[in-house]
Ligand binder design. Structure first.
Ligand code: AMP
Ligand code: MG
Length: 280
């Protein structure tokens, strides 16, 4: 993969294709860089990111007014991969009235009593809204697979369920964009160490994170299969090199902006003639 050329910082189609997982292809995470923007100037990348986020929030109003689409943005990553920080940086500046973040944890008893897509569908965004998923239904082929929480025969069927479910949402007006924030094993070690070193980050650490870290190869395998099997034209996965946070933020913002621009949004027709209305 060649690196970002500043000349195409503005080209939406390049951004849409750049990190996308091609449907039907295999994914080998070890061969994909986890550090992005090596050839980019950090300062101009930061500026481009801020501009993109500003444009995104301008377009969000039109998206809401247009009202034909919902948008679902999915974030998955290894632990300490930067999901929270990406959401804060890229989606944080949007109008909170049009945006909702859902975080999926270990299913509580009511959730666990239903099929695994039940809680997901309930959190899916309404038209006009942007729904952000911090973890998602993909946990049901990731942690569930890695920790053998259900039998293999059962999680194996889920790739197909997920593709069908996402197709249904898409057919009914939900635009789906999925991001895998890609980091290396060494970077995860550094980020977890930081949680131990900084008293204000202790709350983010759990001794269980160590057991999860030891399962890195199994998670890699599970991610590779989910990314390969569930990247579809209607719900593409993007593998974002996430170790330079400024590049990560830029890439996510640009892909969301490009996706929204493709929708050709318009303001709804009004049923009155504004020029004939005189305010007194
Ligand atoms: P955090 O995002 O750090 O708050 O952690 C949430 C935890 O919930 C992670 O360890 C996830 O793997 C776990 N989790 C999320 N969804 C599921 C699921 N469907 N089944 C089991 N564990 C899950
Ligand atoms: Mg955690």
């Amino acid at each position: 993969m060649e690196d970002l050329d500043p000349r195409f910082v503005r080209a939406d189609s390049k951004w849409l294709a750049r990190h996308r997982v091609e449907p039907g292809g295999a994914v080998d995470l070890a061969s994909i860089p986890s550090v992005g923007g090596r050839k980019l100037d950090k300062k101009s990348a930061r500026k481009a990111y801020r501009r993109s986020v500003r444009k995104l929030s301008e377009l969000q109003e039109k998206f809401y007014a247009d009202g034909r689409f919902a948008m679902l943005v999915v974030f998955q990553a290894m632990d300490a991969g930067g999901k929270d920080s990406t959401i804060r940086n890229v989606l944080g500046p949007l109008n909170p009235q049009g945006c909702r973040v859902s975080s999926f944890k270990v299913p509580h008893s009511e959730e666990a009593a239903h099929d695994y897509l039940w809680r997901i569908h309930r959190a899916a965004p309404a038209r006009g809204m942007i729904g952000v998923f911090n973890r998602s239904h993909y946990e049901d082929v990731l942690v569930v697979r890695v920790k053998n929480l259900v039998e293999e025969e059962r999680w194996r069927r889920r790739y197909e369920h997920i593709n069908q479910f996402e197709k249904m949402l898409s057919d009914e007006g939900t635009v789906i964009v999925k991001f895998f924030l890609h980091i290396s094993n060494e970077y995860q070690r550094k980020r977890l160490q930081r949680r131990l070193d900084r008293p204000d980050k202790h709350w983010k650490f759990s001794p269980a994170d160590l057991a999860e870290r030891a399962r890195w190869p199994k998670y890699t395998e599970a991610f590779e299969e989910a990314l390969a099997r569930c990247s579809t034209p209607h719900a593409p996965w993007h593998i974002i090199p996430a170790e330079n946070r400024w590049y990560r933020n830029l890439a996510v913002a640009r892909i969301l902006l490009a996706t929204m621009r493709k929708l050709d949004l318009s303001y709804p027709e009004v049923t009155f003639d504004p020029s004939e209305i005189k305010l007194t």
